[in-house]
Design a protein around this ligand. Structure first.
Ligand code: SF4
Length: 184
């Protein structure tokens, strides 16, 4: 990968150090920069922890906001989901919403476990391979750069303030006024 990135593609802008490489497009797991010398064949990339996927290589430089990268990744898949099955249709949107909340400074450290937990049913219970592939990128970012996510949350929400979630009115037909009047 090093030869491809530095010799054939001209390296990174302003020679910025590489933070991670995604060798197979947005849906494949990211690899840390220490995997830069992995040969570009299927077996080697899989052994390193990713896959060649579409072979659309992404290079992430130091200084990139990892929270934003994760959110943009998930936004793409939420948008592209065909909506046929629940884990992919709903799960992608949930993860995106949590990442958006973290990004605007309302994140909590426990959100990271929630995101990680949500990726497993999406991967295992989605109808087609799109569902699984939609979460590999985000989960790998969490695994490789959890410290970056934590630092972002601690910086943007130092008091760990819980977000104000909208309250959904509960429909209870036995509580008089709360229930809608039904005329028959
Ligand atoms: S996993 Fe496949 S079938 Fe299910 S909603 Fe996503 S794209 Fe559609």
């Amino acid at each position: 990968m090093r030869q491809l990135i530095y010799d054939y593609a001209g390296g990174t802008i302003d020679d910025r150090p590489i933070k991670s490489i995604n060798p197979g497009g947005l849906s494949m797991p990211h690899l840390a920069a220490d995997k830069l010398d992995t040969p570009m064949d299927f077996e080697s990339i899989v052994a390193a922890g990713s896959s060649l996927g579409s072979c659309g290589i992404m290079v992430v430089c130091e200084g990139v906001n990892i929270v934003e990268l994760a959110r943009r990744t998930m936004s793409f898949y939420r948008e592209e989901s065909c909506g046929k099955c629940t884990p992919c249709r709903e799960g992608g949107g949930w993860i995106e919403k949590i990442l958006e909340r973290i990004e605007r400074g309302e994140g909590q450290l426990s959100d990271l476990d929630t995101i990680e937990r949500l990726t497993w049913p999406i991967e295992r219970q989605s109808f087609c391979p799109f569902g699984a592939a939609s979460v590999w990128g985000v989960r790998s970012l969490l695994k490789l750069f959890r410290g970056d996510f934590e630092a972002y949350i601690q910086q943007t929400n130092p008091n760990g303030k819980a977000p104000e979630l909208p309250v959904r009115p509960i429909y209870r037909p036995d509580t008089g006024d709360v229930a809608p009047k039904v005329r028959v």
